[in-house]
Design a protein around this ligand. Structure first.
Ligand code: PEP
Ligand code: MG
Length: 599
């Protein structure tokens, strides 16, 4: 079906990154290509052959681009890609498929699939195992041509440009996919699965592009090139919208952008309550390019640097020098602001090509990830630690260990840090020997031994994204239980109080760096709990700062006591709602729609 020819459809999902985008669909579909045989008129034969020709040309160009990106790396990949390229350049495939189109008056997709089937059966009849194996190459080449014909990509690096802007539609996006989005001109994305705190949603917020997850059925309904509107504010997706819907969304977009600009004025404000209590508002980053946004939004520190994203686009783990240079660059950009470098949180849903191969795990979120993985892989962990210690000579650096669940893990990691430092000293490499070492509290077991852990570390940072999923037993990547993953569940408040109390008793710095920190609904309670720092996605920084200026610490303390007595989440939500109703939150003013329309 040609783009735009279906009826308008509305999908409701979970808006996980605010903003409104209007663009054209690019389908990212990793299932095998779907198409039907259909009859074409004799007058359309030449056009169909031209379509085939350009699909083959595009396929060759894509493979060439991938092969060039492998320049200097393992030869076996290059050889395979060259074999596929040769297969595509071979004119006999084109000639045979064109003949099928002409003789049988069928669409190009069908013709290609027929030719591939014929070649496949030829290979099957050959006894030589080498030739039999080449069958896979032919299938690969055929599949690529078919994808180009139907506009169904399966590799994010191949997302084509679109004049009106690309809106990516996919069943799922891995964190790797989403981070690659930053290198492409993608305006927004919508997926069928995912949650508010899944990494793809976090990255969408970091890139400030609208995103909706949990839009079931969108992949089957959407066609590449269809017009689409993503409303990340209310989780609505309009596929093939009517003219009226486009106009209305455009007005909403103008209003939202206006508010965002107004909010930016708050970036330079100090985050201090009306009764003089200060809290540091910091930003989270995945890649060094995000530092500039954090600073421009008023971030006073980098409270969480998710270094595992250094693996993006690499086929080998970063070397000590890679680490050192990357962190130095970040430090040069942040000036005297503090940077908390989290050591690799690999595993779980963050699997990268350059990692040591992982066993397939039934429950990766509970598997060999983060500090567990690093302690098991010193060849990956030690260069990182060395890079951090060396970079610490050039700025205010803290090192943070993810997913700590036991005191022994801190001891083991500290042992690695001392050994690396001793090695650097022996080699005469300048480095800092007393870099503060902290841990993320994101596993319930760590909460209950927080008093013990506090004696071994210099700071705590609460990772509420993981903490909530483990505490509430609700997978953060599963849209079906996203409603359970709520920071105002009374158990969450009690847990946070235990952590904050342990940190206070041990006089160590404590922050919250999960997504909860950037949501205005939670600000007063986090102030009441006494955290020293809130670290969040850059976009949230100005609005949180603005709110802090309006709050009195004493009223936050009172709200906290009241909510801690609640049995149900809804009771906490209601108390917070009443509390917030007296605050002047900067929200989009939808009443301005008429005025925008007139303008
Ligand atoms: C968290 O779990 O809250 C956190 C900040 O880490 P990540 O989102 O990278 O798992
Ligand atoms: Mg985490």
């Amino acid at each position: 079906m040609p783009p735009g020819s279906g009826r308008p459809r509305i999908f409701r999902g979970i808006g996980t990154s605010a903003g409104i985008a209007i663009g054209r669909v690019v389908l990212l579909d990793r299932r095998s290509v779907r198409f039907r045989r259909h009859h074409i008129e004799a007058k359309d034969v030449e056009a169909e052959i031209a379509r085939l020709e350009s699909a083959i040309t595009a396929s060759v160009a894509q493979l060439e681009a991938v092969r060039t990106s492998f320049a200097g790396s393992a030869m076996d990949h290059k050889a395979i890609l060259e074999a596929h390229e040769m297969m595509l350049r071979d004119r006999s495939l084109f000639t045979e498929a064109s003949r099928t189109i002409r003789d049988e008056l069928v669409n190009a997709e069908w013709a290609v699939s027929q030719v591939i089937a014929r070649i496949r059966s030829l290979f099957d009849s050959v006894a030589d195992p080498y030739f039999r194996e080449r069958k896979g190459d032919v299938e690969f080449a055929g599949e690529r041509i078919l994808r180009n014909l139907v506009g169904q990509m399966n590799d994010i690096a191949e997302v084509p440009a679109h004049a009106e802007g690309v809106v990516l539609v996919a069943h799922d996006l891995s964190p790797v996919d989403t981070a690659v989005l930053s290198q492409h001109k993608v305006k927004a994305f919508v997926t069928e699965v995912g949650g508010k705190t899944s990494h793809s949603s976090i990255i969408a917020r970091a890139l400030e592009i609208p995103a909706v997850v949990g839009a079931h059925g969108i992949v089957d309904a959407a066609g590449s090139g269809d017009q689409i509107i993503i409303d990340g504010l209310d989780g609505q997706v309009l596929l093939r919208p009517t003219k009226i819907q486009v106009e209305r969304s455009d007005r909403r977009r103008v209003i939202f952008d206006r508010m965002t600009l107004e909010l930016l004025e708050a970036q330079a404000l100090p985050a201090q309550t009306t009764d003089g209590h200060s809290i540091r508002v910091a930003g989270n980053i995945e890649l060094p390019v995000e530092v500039a946004t954090v600073i421009s939004r008023g971030g006073e520190a980098i409270g969480l640097y998710r270094t595992e994203f250094m693996f993006l686009g690499r086929r080998e783990p970063p070397s000590e020098e890679d680490h050192y240079q990357t962190y130095r660059k970040v430090l040069a950009e942040v000036g005297d602001r503090q940077v908390t470098i989290r050591t690799f949180d690999l595993g779980g849903d963050k699997i990268f090509q350059g990692m040591a191969p992982l066993e397939l795990e039934a429950n990766p979120a509970l598997g060999l990830r983060a500090i567990r993985y690093c302690l098991r892989h010193p060849e990956i962990f030690e260069p990182q630690i060395a890079g951090v210690l060396r970079a610490a000579m050039h700025g205010d650096v803290r090192v943070m260990l993810p997913m700590v669940a036991a005191v022994e893990e801190v001891e083991d990691a500290r042992e690695v840090i001392s050994q690396v430092s001793a090695r650097l000293t022996r080699d005469g490499v300048p480095h800092k020997t007393d870099v503060p070492v902290g841990i993320m509290i994101e596993v319930p077991s760590a909460v209950f031994i927080a008093d013990h852990l506090a004696k071994h570390v210099d700071f705590f940072a609460v990772g509420t994204n993981d903490l909530l999923q483990f505490l509430l037993a609700a997978d953060r990547t599963n849209e079906r239980v996203d409603y359970l993953n709520h920071p105002l569940h009374p158990s969450v408040l009690r847990t946070l109080r235990t952590i904050a109390d342990a940190a206070r008793a041990a006089h160590i710095h404590t922050s919250v760096c999960g997504e909860m920190a950037g949501d205005l609904e939670n600000t007063a309670l986090l102030l009441g709990l006494g955290f020293d720092q809130l670290s969040m996605n850059a976009t949230s920084i100005p609005k949180v700062k603005r709110l802090v200026l309006e709050l009195a610490k004493s009223e936050c303390d009172a709200l906290l006591s009241e909510t801690l007595a609640c049995a149900k989440r809804e009771e906490v939500v209601e108390l917070v709602r009443q509390f917030m109703s007296s605050k002047t939150l900067l929200q989009p003013n939808w009443d301005e729609e008429d005025e925008v329309a007139r303008a």
